[in-house]
Write a protein that binds this ligand. Structure first.
Ligand SMILES: [Zn+2]
Ligand SMILES: [Zn+2]
Length: 337
């Protein structure tokens, strides 16, 4: 039987193991993907540390997958072997729950998450439901496309659905894995883009990525600085720091929206009074469907938005994961096969 390499988590809290496993066969409605690159996302901690209830182990994590269709199940009509594709966080839906029947697949009550409900992309091959697959344009390198499947789509899709119009002022809080993409997307969507980070050393990069103004939150008060410019229509909070996210309510113009994508379990500290009189909104946003991923990839190919990445061979999955967890990765760690 033909085998493949995989970096699996043997048990909650266990170390990564590089193993040989049989190459899996796709079911009737699934495809097999020859993985070329897989991003290492902070959410992989859910698998590594066993934070997702009821997960079977060993499990292969990875939900920022770029590669090629290798085989397609008998009922798959839209994908052919050889096609370049990606798979992201949203790993499929049931088609029968209330939200699926309304076409809002990302809210599916039985949503499958790639690398959590089924094995992900830290491997030479993986199986994915056909509806979870996005076409990848030729202009994008696989290693650069991979982080767009979770980090990229999350900021792109949340921003484009937040109700802003070209010319509006958008604040991007955080200049990390999500934020360095958020600044680029905001700029390329035509927003007047302000970056908020910590430290003067981030200014040059923030401006290079497309920010017209940089605010050092360690030295200046972002609320005062942004209100002086008229206030923000949207504040995209990408750094998983509840204190920093909460402070973004006060950069908003009346009617503005605080868009939260930086994932943390710590509570926000926002008073009803901060929201009521100026009719401000706070909204969370999950990534998006495969079609949203495809839009993200195409927009990135057209506009030149690219992640900054550090590449690691699959054998060094543990090192890549440590680098990501430590916050030293600039800005996304990507495994290559
Ligand atoms: Zn992710
Ligand atoms: Zn459903």
């Amino acid at each position: 039987m033909a085998t493949m390499r995989a970096a699996q988590v043997p048990k909650p809290g266990g170390d990564f193991q590089l193993v040989e496993r049989p190459i899996p066969e796709p079911g009737r409605t699934q495809v097999r993907i020859k993985v070329e690159a897989c991003g290492v996302c902070h959410s992989d901690v859910l698998v590594k540390q066993g934070l997702w209830q009821g997960l079977p182990y060993p499990r292969i994590p990875g939900h920022e997958v770029a590669g090629r269709i290798d085989a397609a199940g008998a009922d798959v009509t839209q994908w052919q072997p050889g096609q370049r594709v990606g798979v992201g966080w949203h790993g499929g839906h049931c088609f029968t729950c209330e939200f699926c029947r309304r076409g809002d697949f990302i809210l599916c009550r039985k949503e499958k998450i790639t690398g959590i409900h089924f094995d992900g992309g830290y491997a030479d091959y993986m199986i994915a439901p056909a509806e979870a697959v996005a076409a990848m344009p030729d202009e994008l390198d696989a290693a650069e496309a991979a982080p767009l499947m979770c980090a990229g789509i999350t900021v792109f899709n949340s921003l484009r659905n937040a109700g802003g119009r070209p010319g509006d002022l958008v604040v991007v809080q955080g200049i990390g894995g999500l934020g360095h993409l958020g600044i680029q997307y905001a700029r390329q969507m035509g927003f007047r883009t302000i970056a908020v980070g910590r430290g003067a050393d981030k200014e040059a990069l923030a401006r290079k990525l497309g920010a017209s103004v940089y605010i050092d939150a360690a030295a200046d008060n972002p609320a005062a600085a942004v209100q002086k410019l008229g206030g923000a229509r949207i504040a995209l909070a990408t750094a998983p720091d509840s204190k920093g996210i909460s402070a973004m309510v006060d950069v908003l113009a009346p009617g503005g929206k605080l868009l939260v994508v930086g994932a943390t379990a710590d509570p926000l500290n926002i008073t009803p009074l901060q929201l009521i009189l100026a009719r401000k909104n706070v909204q969370g946003w999950p990534s998006g469907t495969a079609m949203d991923s495809e839009d993200t990839l195409n927009f990135s190919a057209q506009t030149g938005v690219r992640p900054m990445i550090e590449k690691y061979p699959l054998e060094k999955a543990a090192e890549a994961y440590e680098q990501m967890m430590s916050g030293r990765a600039r800005f996304r760690a990507v495994l290559t096969m």
